[in-house]
Design a protein around this ligand. Structure first.
Ligand code: GLN
Length: 448
């Protein structure tokens, strides 16, 4: 813990932590040390973990990197936090992220952007940018992020670390600050596949407080990571190589991986995904709709920030929300409210639900035929901080490769795939069937 605290201090310029729980972490380390000598410590004893600042930890502040939650303290812990603590993890701090996890560069945070440790002029990725950088820069052992449409996987790719989004329902959402409830899923960001497996096995499983968790038994993922027997059938998206929108060095990384897999006897087949153009539009209609509903609770009365300039209840709502939410969050609340409004519900929200179902059916069909789908995690490596993006739709389109797993609920992992010619990390992504995390993790070891 002392070493990590030193590294955290040296890397303060990266802006990866919203708060460090230094003294508390040291005290906990002492307690765990003494339990270790007595031989009754949990399986994460010695593991120092950071959590994204949208995960509740009793008696600790939580902000979702938003002004509207300033001053708010959690009155209970997320189920995943309880489970990590029960196995003697040490939680060292809460990580910067995009405001309410809305973004892909950690630039919507009220607390400012997180810098990429590989090149401080580049973004960390997002929305779990802080969680990726703290692992990348060695400020802790591992971190927990949340992934609604790529927020664990994309920053992991930008930072050269491992990021796993579990199957929807594998890990409890109780105690996460909700963004889009039918998409949100917490996942580990780690240096190794082994650590991802261990953290998943501790966090996963049914939870009475989240009715969408599955009751499927949780395998001992970390104990069963030996390379899977036999040759695999892998599909890859043709467009990820043919599209002009994908960075040439990312294409080359994908081609090299495909050639290596083929040389080892696996079958790798290009496929066309007929709904590719509908992934991002369906995703953004559905998540903004869910977000507009989830974020209605921040009213200036129940939580955090209240505008000092109010005269009555209506102005408390209006002014607190106008002053408390950032630009991107407001844009999404308005978009979500619009697509749910009476006159447009069928044209947008109901239509997007139908499109989601088609995407799910087609993805399931592909994953019946193939063991994995391989694709880049993101079309580009980390870009410049402050690259003024006038059209938000351009930023949304960069989520093209991550939202398929989120719309369909299947598990996906981003794996480090070396650096480009400028020294920036690149990531490759694998998707597999629902609840097939064991095979996904075992096969991932082949890449890293
Ligand atoms: N970039 C995507 C979005 O802004 C994903 C965010 C996330 O997974 N939380 O919605």
């Amino acid at each position: 813990v002392n070493n990590y605290l030193k590294t955290i201090e040296q890397n303060a310029h990266l802006n990866a932590f919203n708060e460090v729980f230094g003294q508390e972490a040291l005290q906990r380390a002492k307690d765990i040390d003494s339990r270790l000598t007595q031989g009754n410590a949990g399986k994460l004893a010695g593991m120092v973990i950071a959590i994204k600042d949208n995960i509740c930890y009793k008696d600790h502040k939580v902000s979702a990197s938003s002004k509207i939650l300033s001053g708010f303290t959690s009155i209970y812990s997320a189920t995943i936090v309880e489970r990590l603590l029960a196995e003697d993890a040490i939680i060292i701090g809460r990580c910067n992220c995009d405001e309410f996890a809305m973004g892909g560069a950690n630039e919507t945070s009220y607390y400012g952007p997180v810098k990429n440790h590989a090149d401080n002029t580049k973004v960390s990725g997002g929305s779990s940018g802080g969680s990726a950088v703290v692992v990348q820069a060695g400020m802790c052992h591992a971190a927990i992020g949340t992934d609604t449409g790529g927020s664990v996987r994309q920053p992991a790719a930008f930072c050269g670390v491992v990021g796993l989004k579990p199957t929807y329902g594998r890990v409890s959402r109780y105690g996460l600050i909700a963004y889009a409830s039918s998409f949100d899923q917490a996942g580990p960001i780690t240096n190794s596949v082994e650590d991802a497996a261990l953290l998943l096995e501790v966090m996963a499983g049914a939870d009475d407080y989240d009715s969408t968790t599955a009751s499927n038994p949780v395998p001992a993922y970390s104990a069963n990571l030996q390379s899977p027997e036999g040759k695999k059938k892998i599909a890859y998206l043709q467009e990820s190589i043919s599209s002009p929108g994908v960075d040439p060095e990312i294409k080359q990384t994908l081609i090299t991986a495909i050639e290596k897999l083929r040389a080892e006897g696996h079958t790798v087949t290009p496929i066309a995904f007929e709904y590719l153009d509908y992934l991002v539009p369906a995703y953004y209609i559905l998540v903004t709709a869910e977000a507009s509903s989830n974020l209605s609770r921040f009213d200036g009365v129940h939580y955090g920030y209240r505008s000092p300039n109010t005269t009555d209840l209506m102005s408390t709502y209006k002014k607190s929300r106008s002053e408390g939410f950032g630009k991107e969050v407001k844009r999404r609340i308005m978009l979500g409210t619009f697509v749910l409004s009476a006159g447009y519900y069928d044209a947008y929200y109901a239509k997007a639900q139908k499109v989601r179902r088609l995407i799910q059916q087609k993805t399931d069909q592909i994953l019946k035929e193939y063991d994995f789908i391989l694709m880049p995690t993101a079309p580009e490596p980390a870009f410049n901080i402050g690259k003024e993006e006038k059209d938000p739709v351009v930023s949304y389109l960069a989520d093209i490769f991550t939202v398929q797993a989120s719309l369909t609920g299947v598990p996906a992992i981003s794996l480090p795939a070396g650096n480009n010619s400028k020294g920036l990390p690149l990531g490759l992504q694998l998707l597999t069937k629902h609840f097939n995390e064991q095979e996904l993790l075992s096969f991932s070891k082949y890449f890293v």
